[in-house]
Design a protein around this ligand. Structure first.
Ligand SMILES: Cc1cc2nc3c(=O)[nH]c(=O)nc-3n(C[C@H](O)[C@H](O)[C@H](O)COP(=O)(O)O)c2cc1C
Length: 338
């Protein structure tokens, strides 16, 4: 029997809940086509960054003010390198148009920034280029000892409200899990205009190279062990916020996807698993998910989604403090204690 994998995300109809999240893989048209051929439900393009948009706006301004002869050097070494990653603001819009033309699945663009300023107008250009939705990644490190949690939260909410005002297409907000009150903050993000929450942004922690004595920023791919953080919060938020819920960080296997759906995710996003295994991994996962659901007598994703959320599961306390105490007491070590 065939299982119905259809799902809705941000009001968009997806043929299944697998989404390729923002990464270099979704920045290339050939890979996007392969992802679609292998059955992916939707794709999120790599982010375009606030700094890139502002840099370009400043350059245009300077050109007007000073003339082409005095065109300034790039402000830093980042911009040419970034444009290898996401093509830069000019051609990013072209990239959206090309993806929309090549694919029939929903295409989401991604904006990455932290301040509600002029660059936000670019969201409208993304909409005009044909994106089916926009993911706003607020990647902010609250390192200022003078900036309170209240101010940091307002920064997020102002930005979401400003982007919401600029566009009419669906807006998802990708955030980190480090708020004092993640459930309340999620609700406020939705009130500010988010149609969906993408949980969670994975911060790339800097390392120190001991020989060179330099700070290194190299990306490490995730493993399934990182799934539990989004799993918990999606289970807690399911039914409590009026928004779509997308899981990101640690989705690698069919079991990972099934767990997220049981917890209440509308979609399961993947970057590391696709970067490791390539686009054919999508087909493998879809087949394994259908087989599992069929063997367990589910006819659709709709039927099982959220049935293990905190509101619906037999043991709601398992998602909170009780789970911590139970975890500690259940630990057994192979080490022979003296
Ligand atoms: C090489 C690489 C590039 C990424 N680029 C972006 C990006 O441009 N914008 C964004 O929101 N997330 C970006 N991400 C984060 C992923 O979309 C995803 O949220 C994160 O890797 C966690 O999911 P995973 O465990 O499936 O990898 C990137 C991840 C990787 C590994």
């Amino acid at each position: 029997m065939s299982v119905d994998l259809k799902t809705k995300y941000l009001g968009l109809n997806l043929k299944n809940p697998l989404v390729a999240s923002s990464s270099p893989l979704t920045g290339r048209l050939d890979f996007l086509r392969q992802l679609e051929d292998n059955g992916i439900g939707a794709v999120v393009l790599p982010s375009i960054f606030e700094e890139q948009i502002e840099h370009e706006q400043n350059q245009v301004l300077q050109l007007h003010q000073e003339g082409a002869e005095t065109f300034p050097e790039a402000l830093g070494g980042y911009f040419p390198a970034m444009e290898d990653y996401n093509t830069g603001p000019d051609t990013y819009l072209e990239q959206i148009r090309a993806a929309k033309e090549a694919l029939s699945i929903p295409v989401l663009a991604s904006l990455n920034g932290v301040s509600a300023s002029g660059w936000v107008d670019y969201a409208k250009q993304i909409q005009d280029a044909g994106a089916d939705g926009l993911e706003l990644n607020v990647y902010f490190i609250a390192a200022d000892t003078e900036e309170s949690s209240f101010q940091v939260e307002w920064r997020y909410l102002n930005l979401v409200a400003a982007v919401r005002e600029a566009i009419t297409i669906p807006l998802a907000v990708k955030v980190h899990p480090f708020f004092s009150a993640p459930a309340h903050m999620s609700k406020r993000l939705v009130e500010a205009g988010a149609n969906g929450l993408v949980l969670f942004n994975r911060f790339y922690q800097p390392d120190i190279d001991l020989e060179a004595l330099k700070v290194r920023a190299n990306v490490q791919l995730s493993t399934s062990s990182e799934l539990r953080l989004p799993l918990r919060w999606i289970a807690i938020l399911r039914g409590r916020v009026a928004a779509s819920l997308a899981a990101t960080s640690g989705t690698h296997t069919a079991a990972d996807v099934l767990k997220l759906l049981f917890a209440g995710a509308d979609v399961a996003m993947m970057a590391s698993a696709l970067l490791r295994n390539g686009p054919t991994h999508v087909r493998t996962l879809l087949s394994a998910i259908s087989t599992w659901l069929d063997e367990h007598e589910y006819v659709s994703v709709e039927q099982m989604r959220g049935s293990m959320s905190q509101q619906n599961c037999e043991d709601p306390a398992a998602f909170e403090r009780a789970n911590y105490m139970a975890g500690l007491t259940s630990y057994t070590s192979n080490f022979e204690w003296a």
